[in-house]
Design a protein around this ligand. Structure first.
Ligand SMILES: NC(=O)c1ccc[n+]([C@@H]2O[C@H](COP(=O)([O-])OP(=O)(O)OC[C@H]3O[C@@H](n4cnc5c(N)ncnc54)[C@H](OP(=O)(O)O)[C@@H]3O)[C@@H](O)[C@H]2O)c1
Length: 359
């Protein structure tokens, strides 16, 4: 078996040596590698052009992760305003809640875990210097929990100006909830749909108000089939169920926006970009590893990933805009053809409305 010394007179490490040492090819493998990889790391390092090109590429990749809109440059204040952010204990939702708290809003973190939610409240209070940040328990997968949470808000809050439906999960295993709903559909769509409807009158009374629904570019792979809501005819491969739920998010947001015409309450949906959060927690270790590996170079941090949601929730530029879909860089873009089908949106909204009123 050749060693790295025999492979490279003068000693030292090079990729070809390592490949042959580890691989099953022996000397013929080495010849093949020499033919196909006739370079060494020091060749790369000794060429300043490579270094400059790599640096420029890294800067370009880094720059494109950032949205066009900078929340720190946005001077909109929210003193006297109330906001609810679901799934605000981690990831995108936590940075959205932090930004709203920094602007002086009364912020209600709607989280399912008392421990994780309380830790986020303490952290956000400390970092924003705003003590008007509170935790209320909400599990979007349970309609009873949604109703209890909404009843609490209606009792405690005189006004509600911003509702951010951010809580969501991908890769959940096949399961049916106590309401007879498929778990991903309940968590990502039916729970948030019911929550929005229960808080709608309060939002209207507080107008101008904004509803922001965090969807995903994955909705392009989604399809609408109403039997999915009860767990029938679903394909659980490659995040397909998640994609379906994210398509419903956009359809119902669009129909809601139409129904809210003239109320000064807007409703928009968005894709936050590819963001390094805990979103892959329900996938196997290999997919998580690959997501994190690629993410180091190409994905946004949670703080960067919160920008398009904050843009929809507070920016002057989005004032009065409704029924639209925004991209991770805060541009107004077209969602998939199914997502912009008004007849399908109306049918979807009516179906969900009927569904929650019967449960
Ligand atoms: N990260 C991305 O690349 C990406 C891309 C497109 C869209 N999105 C969307 O962005 C939103 C935020 O995701 P994220 O990336 O920040 O993921 P995350 O780090 O996993 O955060 C998800 C949040 O949702 C909460 N949540 C999940 N199920 C819930 C339930 N049944 N009831 C209440 N809260 C629940 C989680 O609470 P626990 O901590 O208690 O579980 C957590 O606070 C999601 O809607 C996701 O679909 C993310």
């Amino acid at each position: 078996m050749p060693t790295s010394q025999t492979l490279r007179p003068g000693g030292g490490w090079r990729p070809a040596a390592l490949l042959v040492k580890l691989g099953p090819f022996g000397e013929s493998g080495l010849r093949l590698v020499r033919r196909t990889m006739p370079w060494e790391w020091r060749d790369v390092a000794s060429q300043p052009l490579w270094m400059v090109a790599a640096l420029v590429l890294a800067l370009v990749v880094r720059a494109q992760r950032r949205g066009r809109w900078d929340p720190r440059a946005c001077r909109v204040g929210l003193r006297g305003r109330t906001a609810v952010v679901t799934g605000a204990n981690t990831g995108i939702g936590k940075f959205v809640a932090l930004d709203l708290a920094r602007r002086g809003a009364r912020v209600i973190l709607a989280c399912r875990s008392e421990a994780r939610g309380s830790a986020a409240v303490q952290d956000i209070r400390q970092r924003s210097g705003n003590d008007n940040v509170h935790l209320r328990i909400l599990d979007t997968s349970s309609l009873a929990s949604v109703r209890k949470f909404a009843a609490g808000i209606l009792k405690e809050e005189k006004q509600l100006h911003i509702l951010v439906n951010n809580a969501g999960a991908s890769g959940l295993a096949r399961s049916i909830t106590e309401d007879g709903l498929e778990l991903s559909f309940a968590t990502n769509h039916v729970g948030p749909f019911l929550l929005t409807n229960l808080l709608l009158d309060l939002l209207k009374r507080s107008a101008p108000a904004r509803i922001v629904n965090v969807s995903s570019a994955n909705h392009w792979y989604g399809e609408v089939n109403f039997s999915h809501f009860h767990g029938n005819n679903l394909n659980y491969r490659m995040g397909k169920v998640y994609s379906n739920t994210k398509l419903h998010n956009i359809l119902c947001t669009n129909e809601l926006a139409l129904r809210l015409k003239g109320t000064d309450v807007t409703a928009n949906s968005l894709h936050p970009g590819m963001v390094m959060t805990e979103v892959m927690r329900n996938y196997n270790w290999l997919l998580r590893f690959l997501f994190n590996l690629v993410g180091i170079f190409f994905f946004k941090s949670s703080e960067e990933g919160a920008v398009s949601t904050i843009y929809c929730a507070v920016a002057e530029e989005t004032e009065g805009i409704t029924g639209k879909y925004f991209d991770g860089d805060c541009s107004l873009v077209l969602p998939s053809p199914s997502a912009r089908d008004p007849a399908l949106a109306r049918k979807d909204f009516e179906f969900c409305d009927q569904l929650v009123s019967n449960l």
